[in-house]
Unconditional design. Structure first.
Length: 98
């Protein structure tokens, strides 16, 4: 199992961010080929350090499926959309679930 993990820092306007994220961005992500599921985690408290505001884990069968998804027009459209409201707030990582 491979994941594309998006870590989001706290936006200046969380209400606007969440509206744009859930109403526009997530529907675009759901069209990405090979995506098995997306899990959203909201962090409620940071114990130590400066933690993220929210995390999205996009699950793919394997690394080849994830790489193909990253090259897809659907992921390109989702990325363009994300840059309209989350530029500078997001870190993207490949992760292998074991």
């Amino acid at each position: 199992m491979m994941k594309l993990v998006a870590l989001y820092q706290t936006p200046d306007d969380p209400e606007d961010f969440e509206q744009r994220y859930f109403e526009t961005h997530i529907p675009l992500i759901e069209k990405v080929p090979g995506l098995q599921k997306t899990v959203i985690t909201r962090f409620t408290r940071t114990i130590m350090g400066s933690g993220p505001y929210m995390m999205a884990e996009m699950h793919f069968a394997d690394e080849d499926a994830l790489k193909a998804a990253m090259r897809s027009p659907e992921m390109g459209a989702a990325g363009e959309n994300l840059n309209t409201f989350a530029e500078g707030l997001v870190t993207l990582l490949f992760a292998k679930e074991e």
